[in-house]
Design a protein around this ligand. Structure first.
Ligand code: BYC
Length: 323
């Protein structure tokens, strides 16, 4: 792990050194920073960036799975999927609220998503081509998210940390239902096994990309680590994920699309090949397989919801006039 030097922090924030020292001492003692507390401008800025992008990811993340609600193979699967997609909407709501405590409005955040100023997770720009993709998202994508979010549940900002505790509990249900489906399909008919393999082949690398660039190419990490927002690095979490998932998937007879994947007895780690970082940056910058469709869907949802926002504003105005 590594953090920014004091000089970097001063340059960035130009903060009152005494206040900064008190703030950092609180973090060192493991105290949570709460909305009304003094915090460096860059702490606020980083949290707004990260929490709002996390919220957008939850909302955009409803789209790939939502596409299969009408095509779920049974009533049971449909109910599970409906509940999962609704949970993701809820996660988006908690996270937008957590970001609002830092002084940004919901409108500003949504505007940043719709104008392309804010990012959201790379993973949701890939298509869900068959039913096995739904199990794969549950086990792999939610599994990766849990790994990252368990760390964030210990982060120094109270509202984010508390939102993460609840979100992780729900994500665990998502992961288990995904794992169950992957196990079933990988032990099913030849067609089901083929479908399952196809899904794992397509989702493996984009899932590894979810953890972000290598630590050495991660400009935000030094400040995030220094201020206890991230307590583990992108590469550390990615390695833990591969260590956990690779043996489990291979035990089901599934093949991972990485010829360099092998267990290293000495380190206890599963070594893996290099991620296609060109693909990662293309997708993150808006040129992935479905970026344009995802944004069009969010724009349409926003426009369709205009009358609801207007009705709520009119109601609030009327209530105020009555009081
Ligand atoms: N995708 O300095 P770095 C879910 C950007 S949703 C896109 O390492 P940081 C679910 C990064 O933003 C769970 N962009 O960044 C929902 C930065 O650009 P900006 C989503 C990425 O913040 C529905 C630049 O690359 N989880 O589970 O230190 C259905 C340099 O990166 C990505 C979260 O959002 C990426 N993968 O670390 C199913 C967790 N990675 O912003 C499931 C919260 C990097 O400077 N976020 N970038 O323009 C985080 O933990 C951190 O933001 C990251 C990146 C680890 C993702």
């Amino acid at each position: 792990m590594y953090g920014a030097s004091v000089d970097e922090v001063k340059q960035d924030g130009a903060e009152d050194p005494q206040k900064l020292a008190e703030f950092e001492a609180r973090i060192a003692r493991g105290e949570k920073i709460e909305p009304g507390d003094w915090m460096p401008a860059d702490y606020r800025k980083q949290l707004i960036r990260m929490i709002s992008q996390h919220a957008h990811s939850e909302i955009v993340g409803m789209l790939p799975e939502g596409a299969w609600i009408t095509r779920a193979p049974s009533l049971k699967r449909k109910l599970i999927l409906l509940a999962k997609v609704q949970d993701e909407a809820g996660h988006g709501q908690y996270l937008y609220h957590a970001a609002e405590t830092l002084g940004i409005s919901r409108e500003e955040m949504v505007d940043m998503l719709l104008t392309g100023a804010a990012k959201y997770s790379n993973i949701f720009n890939y298509p869900t081509l068959n039913w096995a993709d739904i199990g794969t998202i549950g086990w792999l994508v939610d599994g990766a998210a849990i790994m990252n979010q368990t760390m964030l549940a210990r982060c120094s900002y109270g509202p984010y940390s508390r939102a993460m505790v609840r979100i992780c509990m729900e994500e665990n249900f998502h992961k288990k239902q995904g794992q169950e489906q992957v196990i079933l399909l990988s032990q099913g008919t030849p067609e089901q096994r083929k479908m399952m393999q196809d899904a794992i082949t397509r989702w493996w690398w984009p899932t590894l990309m979810m953890f972000g660039p290598h630590d050495t190419d991660s400009p935000n990490s030094p400040l995030l680590v220094r201020w206890g927002i991230k307590t583990r690095s992108n590469d550390e979490l990615r390695q833990d994920f591969v260590n956990q998932m690779a043996p489990d998937l291979m035990a089901l007879g599934l093949t991972l699309p990485d010829p360099d994947l092998k267990y290293n007895e000495a380190s206890g780690n599963w070594e893996f090949g290099e991620i296609d970082w060109d693909e990662f940056w293309r997708v993150v910058k808006g040129d992935g397989p479905l970026n344009a469709d995802r944004m069009a869907a969010r724009r349409k949802a926003h426009e369709d919801g205009q009358w609801v926002r207007e009705a709520l504003a009119a109601y609030a105005e009327k209530q105020q006039a009555l009081n």
